[in-house]
Design a protein around this ligand. Structure first.
Ligand code: SF4
Ligand code: SF4
Ligand code: SF4
Length: 287
């Protein structure tokens, strides 16, 4: 914590960053996003296994290069969102001051102690626990017991279903959707200035939570994330209806890798999947 506060203090006092997007602790010892605008406020910054939010989602809201660089505290997994946003020309690498954190996993539920059962599934497949790149890095990562990959088990079950059973499964899940759009708000890759769900002329998706509207909303969002989702699992975390949303995006990502050898968010200099054409691309689906 001292190291984190020290580098953040230095970043602001030496004008390396105009402000720092990080985490602070509330009275329940939960961590929540916090912006330190000055040296004094850096004393409120902290980091531990409750740092669940992917702070890259705030880049869009505070991106104003004329104010100076955005300082941002990032776990190694969240850094993938920055790579992806650079790939999609949403932000420039040079407009950021990245404070990478060596990570030892984060909890699923902030009300419970960190344990094998209370560790996010994404931590299972975390390649390094050390940020791939940064301006400055803090902390040390430690080994921890890996959680079960319940999502992979569910995905296998869904893969084994007939198309009719699969439709029934997802219809039943989407039935629960409240149309709260928390999944969109928390996603670093959902950044359209006007989401198709909010358009009224024409109205593409009914605003009420009907079977048809829920299905349309969730399928449109899944397709908009195809080959773009960086797998941070934030949509799963915030969905009040417990819909396994990241499963759809994970599956799409697996297809993008199988068909095109492409993984979004791993190389900020790589072209995007949708923005690239190669003569070796499979074309049998074009009729
Ligand atoms: S996926 Fe890796 S970097 Fe992300 S929270 Fe888990 S251990 Fe930390
Ligand atoms: S896991 Fe969910 S929140 Fe994270 S990038 Fe993918 S769709 Fe967005
Ligand atoms: S977070 Fe869940 S309930 Fe809310 S709109 Fe997204 S899928 Fe529906």
């Amino acid at each position: 914590m001292d190291q984190l506060r020290s580098v953040c203090r230095q970043a602001i006092s030496e004008n390396k960053a105009a402000f720092i997007i990080g985490y602070t602790e509330d009275k329940h010892h939960h961590l929540k996003p916090f912006i330190a605008h000055n040296v004094e406020e850096t004393e409120k910054l902290t980091f531990n296994c409750n740092a669940v939010n992917n702070l890259a989602v705030f880049i869009h809201r505070f991106h104003n290069p004329s104010q100076g660089k955005i300082g941002i505290v990032l776990k190694p997994c969240d850094l993938k969102a920055i790579n992806a946003l650079v790939q999609e020309n949403r932000v420039k690498r040079e407009d950021l001051y990245v404070i990478g954190v060596n990570c030892s996993g984060v909890v699923k539920d902030q009300n419970k102690e960190f344990s094998k059962e209370n560790t996010q599934i994404k931590c299972r497949s975390c390649a390094s626990k050390t940020p791939a790149w940064f301006d400055v890095v803090v902390g040390e990562s430690a080994e921890f017991e890996l959680p079960e990959d319940d999502m992979a088990i569910l995905m296998k079950q869904i893969d084994e279903m007939t198309p009719e059973q699969r439709l029934e499964f997802w219809n039943a899940e989407f039935e629960k959707c409240l149309k709260c759009y928390a999944c969109r708000e928390v996603c670093p890759m959902c950044y359209c200035e006007q989401c198709i769900a909010d358009k009224t002329e024409p109205r593409w998706i009914e605003s009420s939570s009907t079977t048809r509207a829920n299905f349309t909303w969730n399928m449109i969002r899944a397709f908009h994330q195809a080959g773009r989702c960086i797998g941070c699992g934030e949509c799963d975390r915030v969905c009040p209806a417990d819909i396994p949303l990241s499963l759809l995006n994970r599956k799409m990502g697996m297809v993008a890798f199988k068909e095109f050898g492409y993984r979004h968010g791993t190389d900020m200099n790589a072209p995007t999947l949708i923005g690239t054409f190669s003569t070796s691309d499979h074309e049998e689906f074009i009729r």
